[in-house]
Design a protein around this ligand. Structure first.
Ligand code: NAP
Length: 472
């Protein structure tokens, strides 16, 4: 049998679908999985009758590939990646290329790029978004590493990725760990939007008294608008409409209210704190998942501290798409993107990644979990003004802010009066109000720091650094 063009390690949900995608696009493949029975199962099942060969061990796998070898690892992030690199390296030759398509921490990728290139191998850290369906039909791909390594897979990934009107949803992101850095922030934005939609659901259900089908109708209306048309709103409609086959009730109400996480949201927030980038909406989403996980304590506290008493307030009607709630959700979604993009810009300067915001917005327009119509606006905003300090400063987004701020304010105020937690919506309101306040009260914080620790302060009226003995 002739040598295969492309090799895949790891037949989990993502790996299986990606190799089928590559084969459908004309690239013969060879697959390896640590547990060989999975390889056999795949070759007898979904992989049968295709130009996909299996390999029992890594030496056999490497020998079945044409040179330079292009090998995509779709395995658990972390030490598994280092273990596979160590095991496969003795069989690789100069110029061969390893690609980590999992959700790896970008600093690990930075280290691996350096380590592998010293051995004359290429290494790319490629974030892949789109879930299992995206992996099969066309995901969004965010490859980072050396440009020559990217050039070796450009044809492959351009065909495998989702396609939008202005091209494939893949581009060379930049050097080192930039691809995984961008994927991490993508996931942080995703955390934000998911939590925002969960808060909207909570308000519609508890304040509005809507059932699953009515809430799904609201989502369908939102998904018809330029501002909220997105994959996440579309799937939220599907989840809210779904009935439990057991008794026809809304299945979502039967789901335990504890949200899991695998690390990328946490890494986004840690990076933001390290880099001094404000991401309050994204942080609130992460914290909301943490709060959700202490279920037993929350149930006990409800009986000790008293249940919140919901007071109805105006959120609009199903027919008008719950206009004030739509305002709130729109601004919070924009804030998630705005904060994520600011983090990318600060990270790009700090790590010398030279990230191009219009290209990143373009590759997020298709295939990925945060795809939305807003991304076309984001793409044009950064194309028109590459140094835009914040998305909300762009004329189209600032008009959205002015028009929708009363709705966001009313919804947060109503939620507060009802004791309904709205972490992302209220953080967004604080973020916007802080951002548009020329003078914040941190002058007093500086006075206190100088008072107890002689940390000094600057004055607004005289140049220089000052210290005062405040209590004398
Ligand atoms: P997964 O459950 O994260 O990983 C399963 C694969 O990893 C299996 O092939 C397993 O082999 C292999 N593996 C685990 N430890 C290993 C080790 N020490 N040495 C060699 N192989 C090892 O699979 P997944 O959901 O397809 O995800 C793959 C990667 O893509 C992950 O990094 C994930 O975070 C990322 N990702 C997932 C999604 C998604 O929607 N699922 C989306 C984007 C990115 P065995 O069969 O032998 O156990």
């Amino acid at each position: 049998m002739s040598k295969a063009h492309f090799g895949l390690i790891g037949l989990g949900v993502m790996g299986e679908n990606l190799v089928l995608n590559a084969e459908r696009n004309g690239f013969s493949s060879v697959v390896y999985n640590r547990t060989y029975s999975k390889t056999e199962e795949f070759l007898d099942g979904r992989g049968a009758g295709r130009r996909i060969q299996g390999a029992k061990d890594l030496q056999d796998f490497v020998e079945k590939l044409e040179r330079p070898r292009r090998i995509l690892m779709m395995i658990k992030a972390g030490s598994a990646i280092d273990a596979v690199i160590e095991k496969i390296s003795p069989y690789l030759e100069d110029g061969d290329l390893l690609i980590d398509g999992g959700n790896s921490e970008f600093r690990d990728t930075e280290r691996r790029v350096e380590q592998l290139e010293q051995k004359s191998f290429g290494f790319l850290g490629m974030g892949i978004s789109g879930g299992s369906k995206g992996a099969l039909e066309g995901p969004s791909m965010m490859p980072g590493g050396t440009k020559s390594s990217y050039d070796a897979i450009e044809e492959l990934v351009s065909k495998m990725s989702a396609q939008v009107e202005d091209g494939p949803c893949v581009t060379y992101i930049g050097p080192g760990g930039s691809g995984h850095f961008v994927k991490t922030v993508h996931n942080g934005i995703e955390y934000g939007i998911e939590q925002i939609l969960a808060e909207a659901y909570d308000l519609m259900r508890r304040v509005g008294g809507l059932n699953g089908s009515e809430m799904a109708d609201v989502m369908a209306r939102w998904n018809n608008s330029e501002e909220l048309c997105s994959y996440l709103v579309e799937i939220t409609e599907g989840c809210l409409r779904y009935k439990d086959p057991k008794d026809g009730s809304d299945l979502v109400e039967r789901i335990m209210d504890k949200a899991g996480q695998k690390g990328t949201g946490l890494w986004t927030v840690v990076s933001a704190l390290e880099l001094g980038a404000p991401v309050p909406t994204i942080y609130a989403a992460l914290n909301a998942r943490v709060m959700s996980s202490i279920k037993r304590q929350r149930v006990e506290a409800e009986s000790i501290l008293g249940k919140t008493v919901v007071r109805p307030f105006h959120m609009g009607s199903v027919e008008d798409g719950m206009a004030p709630l739509m305002d709130a959700v729109t601004l919070a979604c924009i804030a998630s993107y705005a904060q994520g993009i600011e983090l990318l810009k600060i990270g790009s300067d700090q790590y010398k990644y030279n990230l191009q915001m219009p290209s990143i917005a373009q590759i997020w327009k298709g295939g990925c979990i945060i795809r939305s119509r807003l991304l076309s606006r984001i793409q044009s905003a950064y194309r028109d003004c590459p140094d835009l300090p914040n998305l909300f400063i762009d004329p189209w987004f600032s008009e959205q802010l002015t028009r929708r701020l009363p709705g966001l304010t009313a919804v947060v105020a109503g939620g507060v009066k009802s004791g309904i937690p709205l972490p992302c919506l209220s953080s967004t309101l604080d973020y916007i109000n802080s951002y548009r306040t020329g003078r914040l009260p941190q002058n007093l914080v500086q006075a206190m720091r100088d008072c107890f620790g002689s940390h000094t302060y600057e004055r607004v009226d005289i140049d220089g650094t000052f210290h005062t003995d405040w209590l004398d």
